[in-house]
Design a protein around this ligand. Structure first.
Ligand code: GUN
Length: 284
């Protein structure tokens, strides 16, 4: 049976590290501050935002909360972002996605100052990642790199296969694995013979968005399997994009759902916000 990669424990370690560093900055009179913007009433987004604010409280990061109604106009949201961009006491700005349909997400993402883009979604952040410059990296793929490193999974020279090509997970995941000197393949819905590709993977990152799609037949014996999906089945049980019981019989290491990748996203948001503060105060 595969060894479990415990995202809950690793994310807790990371939050504790951030907590210590934030406290040290506080001794120098610097308060790390994250502005969190939620527009509308999407229940899942409400839960994510509340968890992000709780993590801020835990780590000692000050969170400023902006809750705007469902019918907020794009102009109103952009105007708030402009104010927060100018506000010298704000280190990071997070706009929870998805946004109501009258608001263009791309314009919103581009309006956040790249210096405060703790989600790593701005084209400048994405560009920096692709040319190997320091910048903010999307929290979920950054968290997966931490999971691998802290579980002693070597990336250098390994066959790394990512299933999914989203801007938030698949593409930055590929870039990060490449930065760590993995040999990277990104698969998607048009990939011919998916199994033939995934069976080569030493590290398989699954971000498809379909419950339990990947089973043992896709996995090489001893591979590390990272499951990014999260779905609520009838009967309320959570599952990922992988059939856990089947995959765990073949994999060497595997992330569970829940308790794998999920908690890492918020931990890395705390890391990015701390980094934003260091940059803002000229400390890196
Ligand atoms: N919606 C789903 N995932 C994310 C995320 O990582 N950041 C933001 N801002 N919104 C999201």
């Amino acid at each position: 049976m595969a060894e479990i990669i415990d995202g809950k424990k690793i994310s807790q370690d990371i939050k504790d590290e951030v907590k210590d560093k934030v406290a040290t900055l506080k001794e120098d009179g610097i308060e790390v501050t994250l502005a969190v913007i939620l527009v509308g009433n999407d229940p899942a987004s409400g839960v994510y935002v509340s968890n992000k604010k709780k993590a801020c409280e835990y780590t000692g990061i000050k969170s400023l909360s902006y809750e705007m109604p469902e019918n907020t106009s794009e102009e109103e949201l952009l105007s708030l972002i402009d104010d927060l961009n100018r506000d010298n006491t704000v280190d990071g700005i997070l706009v929870q996605l998805p946004l109501p349909k009258q608001i263009n997400e791309d314009r919103v993402i581009r309006r956040i100052s790249p210096d405060k883009d703790v989600d790593g979604f701005h084209p400048e952040s994405v560009g920096r990642l692709s040319i190997g410059e320091r910048g903010f990296v999307s929290c979920t793929p950054a968290g997966i790199i931490e999971l691998l490193k802290r579980s002693d999974v070597e990336i250098d020279g390994k066959e790394c296969v990512v299933i999914g090509r989203s801007n938030i997970v698949g593409k930055p995941m590929g870039m990060l694995l490449l930065r760590e000197s993995g040999t990277v393949t990104i698969c998607h819905s048009h990939t011919r013979d998916l199994k033939e590709v995934t069976k080569r993977a030493d590290i398989l990152v699954v971000a498809i968005g379909k419950p339990k799609m990947i089973d043992a037949s896709y996995i090489k014996e001893g591979a590390t399997v990272i499951d990014v999906g999260i779905h609520r089945l009838e009967g309320k049980k959570l599952c990922g994009d992988c059939d856990y019981d089947s995959c765990a019989g073949v994999a060497g290491k595997i992330t569970p759902v829940p308790g794998g990748v999920g908690p890492m996203t918020i931990a890395m948001l705390m890391v990015n916000t701390y980094q934003a503060s260091l940059m803002h105060h000229g400390r890196i």
